[in-house]
Design a protein around this ligand. Sequence first.
Ligand SMILES: [Zn+2]
Length: 410
Amino acid sequence: MQHILDRFVRYITVDTQSDPTNPAFPSTEKQWTLARMLEQELKDIGLSEVMLDENCYLTATLPSNVSHTVPTIGFVAHIDTSPDFSGKNVNPQIHKNYDGKNIVLNADQNIILDATYFDDIQQYKGQTIITTDGTTLLGADDKAGVTEIVTAMEYLVNHPEIKHGKIRICFTPDEEVGKGAHKFDVKAFGAEWAYTMDGSQIGELEYENFNAARAVVTIQGKNVHPGYAKNKMVNAILVAQHFINGLPANEVPEKTTGYEGFYHLHDILGDVEKTTLEYIVRDHSLEKFKERKENMKSLVSSLNQKFGEDIFSIEIKDQYFNMKEKITPVMHIIDIAAAAMEKENIKPIYKAIRGGTDGSQLSFMGLPCPNIFAGGHNFHGKYEYVPLESIEKATKVIINIAEITANKYK
Ligand SMILES: [Zn+2]
């Protein structure tokens, strides 16, 4: 346990925050620091084909130790942390034998992790909880995942009695800015399937996510001197409200959960002459997702009939798709992960992600890639925490997946 803790602390104390405003790849230079550190560590552990490429993707191989043919499998985690909150000077607090009560993160600034509000934490009574000092995020997302993969590989190198096929691992930059899969070389990775170790609470096993699109509605008004505007002016700001009100009022993020999709208006920029509305559109069902996009287009046409041709226009761009379509034909990869958890007495929690993962993009790039818990909670902020025991369990799940896969193909 101490070994895992030391490793995790070593990773989180390297600032690897990514930057959504920088088009460079990777988006921040500092991600290289951790990538190079990990490159050396993987070599020291004894992995082969350790390669850090020009885009900051670090890959390595654990060769098979069986004579029969086993599909090559992969494990993936990301090294960057969220731009939402600082990841500089992370100062982890270790709370051993957690008593189920509030945790004071920072007495000086009176920052408290409220165990009633964040009641998920109650399930970890008696465990070792790692928190922040209230001034940064923790970076368990996803350095817990990195820790688990490295530790599992190290364990397998040191325990040749555990049989496994060829295993490939990859650490990616820029996941938090949506680009983690963009320069991933699926062919060179050469795995038949992979798992991202990037979920939250212990037991999570995810292979469904949103279908996602971005829609920009532009309203072209006509600005005329207000004193002479009668029957001439078209106020784009006011007309825009007809579009906003034309969409179902209850199908918004704050009123939906589970498998319910939504339209989310997240930005308005406007004056009398021109107003733009920026939406994201989300739905797990591909059919409903298409309906939503059609619905927006037909609203534009009907409003143009009412207010005048070419006042409304819309541009819709797909962002990512539900990986379920790519996982359903290979459900054995979920069964293997579930069996790996059950071996540790962990009940798999199947949740449809209300968002996307690198794995969903990878699945559509030809690498089916469900998501497994990494153990942390309250990602992207100062209340982020992770139980050390969950990191340990996730490590065992990786080892079990390797062993179960080798046995299955005997
Ligand atoms: Zn993550």
